[in-house]
Design a protein around this ligand. Structure first.
Ligand code: GDP
Length: 442
């Protein structure tokens, strides 16, 4: 447990100083969280909390940390885990060493927490805090929806933190990725749904007699929100009609007020005993139902479960999309996914080519130029066939560009094999001459 006190959140998506509406990826920060060789092949579960600023996201994430570390330390698949002792002081996401709390961006907990899922496999759970989203301010609405959309793409559990009631603008914020989701469902249906879990976390819920706290009350409440949602605004109608198709699961939890001590910023020091017991109980139920070893599922991209190593590539590709000022068009998001598929297939294709050529040129004797070219054509065709099996999503342009790059790569490899083959001629001559010389000497 002590070890965790040395861990901090790390900002991985950082706004540019000159233009706060555009973001850059903090590569070294990302590597420090996901780049260790020991976890490279472990599947990753990204849990994000997003929503307006100063609405208790970090506070709640500290409960997530408590639960996950307790689960990690318990070394067993125990759903009845005892956690959140009264004496505990919540900490973790409040420590933003050096950086201002208002900084817009995405923060990751400094290390993945390794949890054994019910199937016996160890997953790397990474908590993500999306900060600085000010929904009230029209100027920053771009920023807000970019961070929100980016964190939804990256996570497999997106927790949408909302205070009091789910209003129309909260749903409107979902429109970018619902638009993308529709495109994905049309053009990449072989991969299933585009997103995994969306969790509405409604804080300070005020009418428990109508909708009780917790998941069941939340479900009924969410149904009602969708029902009452007006069809007059096209954007909202699209969200309403398509949200359920885009996510594998949607949950809604209604949480009580945490008590005056928590709401009073100055006096609250994070002690669990100072938090209203009813809030503690509801949060405990919510977190253990979302993150228990039976519930956690790895992040899926293009239909495949993602490892920590692959997640780095995925985050890089998604961050590139949001690098520019505006929100990316849904088609660009789809193309980014196509790009990942193409890169993966091109690597596989090139590896197959090189393996074949290595075998063909493995003899110590030089190959004739004709034989070398025959091998090149044979293994080149194998490589192109492998590339051609790449699932076809997004625009053909992405596939064509990557095919051209693959062909260039293969031609560059061929040049290497030619040089390697030529070197054998020189070696053969040298040894022949040596042999000749030797015979003269004797
Ligand atoms: P963030 O900016 O969304 O991460 O918000 P913080 O977690 O920093 O919390 C902002 C303030 O709200 C802090 O003073 C918290 O103690 C307080 N707070 C946390 N959770 C709740 C809640 O559920 N209801 C209310 N009313 N206040 C909360």
């Amino acid at each position: 447990m002590e070890h965790r006190h040395k861990v901090f959140p790390i900002q991985v998506i950082v706004p540019h100083t000159s233009n706060p509406n555009s973001f850059r990826l903090n590569e070294s920060g990302l590597h420090s969280v996901l780049g260790h060789s020991a976890i490279a092949n472990k599947k990753v579960v990204i849990v994000s909390v997003a929503g307006a600023t100063r609405k208790g996201k970090s506070f709640l994430l500290n409960f997530f940390l408590e639960y996950l570390y307790a689960l990690q330390n318990s070394q067993q698949n125990d759903i009845q885990l005892e956690w959140l002792d009264e004496a505990v002081q919540l900490q973790g996401f409040h420590w933003r060493s050096g950086a201002k709390r208002d900084t817009v961006g995405i923060w990751l907990w400094g290390e993945p927490i390794m949890i054994e899922a019910a199937n016996g496999e160890k997953y790397a759970i990474v908590l993500m805090d999306c900060q600085g989203i000010t929904l009230e301010n029209a100027q920053s609405s771009n920023q807000c929806s970019s961070i929100f959309a980016l964190s939804t793409l990256l996570s497999c559990i997106q927790c949408y933190n909302i205070v009091d009631v789910i209003q129309e603008d909260s749903l409107q914020n979902l429109s970018l990725f619902v638009e993308y989701g529709r495109l994905f469902l049309n053009e990449a249906q072989q991969f299933g749904k585009p997103f995994q879990n969306l969790v509405f976390m409604v804080r300070d819920h005020k009418s428990p007699e109508e909708f009780p706290f917790g998941a069941e009350g939340g479900e009924a409440y969410f149904e009602q929100v969708l029902e009452n949602c007006p069809d007059s605004l096209e954007e909202l109608k699209v969200v309403k009609d398509n949200l359920r198709e885009c996510f594998e699961q949607i949950f809604c939890y209604l949480l009580p007020h945490p008590g005056q001590k928590v709401a009073d910023r100055n006096s609250f020091k994070g002690y669990v005993k100072d938090i209203r017991p009813m809030f503690r109980e509801e949060v405990k139920k919510m977190i253990s139902s979302l993150l228990n070893p039976h519930a956690i599922k790895p992040k899926i991209v293009n239909g495949k479960e993602v490892t920590c190593k692959k997640m780095i590539e995925y985050i890089r590709e998604c961050a590139r999309l949001f690098y520019k000022n505006d929100n990316p068009a849904p088609r660009s998001i789809l193309n980014a996914h196509a790009q990942l598929l193409c890169i993966e297939s091109a690597i596989e294709a090139k590896t197959a080519y090189c393996r074949g050529m290595d075998r063909a040129t493995s003899a110590p004797r030089m190959l004739s130029e004709k034989k070398l070219l025959e091998a090149h054509i044979k293994h080149g065709i194998t490589a192109l066939n492998i590339y051609d099996k790449c699932p076809k999503i997004g625009s053909g342009e992405v596939r064509t560009e990557n095919l051209a790059r693959l062909q260039e790569d293969i031609n560059a490899e061929l040049e290497k094999y030619k040089r390697f083959n030529e070197a054998k001629r020189v070696n053969s001559c040298a040894s022949a001459m040596l042999a000749c010389g030797d015979s003269v000497l004797f």
